[in-house]
Write a protein that binds this ligand. Structure first.
Ligand code: SF4
Length: 129
């Protein structure tokens, strides 16, 4: 099996059904930009927070959920842990802790992303390829 490099989409594997079951959560170690509606669904903001966006962004950063907000696109960058894991990824199980409420971009991956149709996927320790 060739080596997967998350930062080099040319090394990614073609996505097939069932691949996620044995994966270590590679896609959840990439930067994730989310929309306002995603933050609402995650329960991190409520409708009224949009009136004071600067204050809301400051709070979300202070609480550790996001690292930045781009006004031009309206996208918020989710925080990553020091090992690159998404803030919401369980380090041990390698599963999303907010799966039912996960952001739209996570639902659509790998249909969208740096290399549509391909994943930075490699098996969890102990799993077979
Ligand atoms: S929100 Fe969940 S599915 Fe999306 S990147 Fe984070 S851990 Fe993965």
């Amino acid at each position: 099996m060739s080596l997967i490099d998350i930062d080099r989409p040319s090394t990614w594997r073609f996505y097939k059904n069932g691949m996620c079951q044995a994966c270590h959560g590679g896609c959840c170690t990439m930067p994730v930009e989310v929309k306002w509606d995603d933050l609402l669904r995650l329960g991190l903001v409520d409708e009224s927070d949009q009136q004071a966006m600067k204050k809301t962004v400051k709070r979300l950063m202070k609480e550790g959920y996001i690292t930045s907000y781009r006004q031009s696109t309206g996208l918020f960058m989710l925080s990553q842990k020091s090992n690159r894991d998404c803030y919401f990824l369980d380090t041990k199980t390698r599963l999303c802790t907010v799966y039912e409420k996960r952001p739209g971009v996570c639902r659509e991956f790998p249909s969208i992303g740096p290399r549509p149709g391909y994943c930075p996927c490699f098996p969890k320790a102990g799993a077979r390829d």
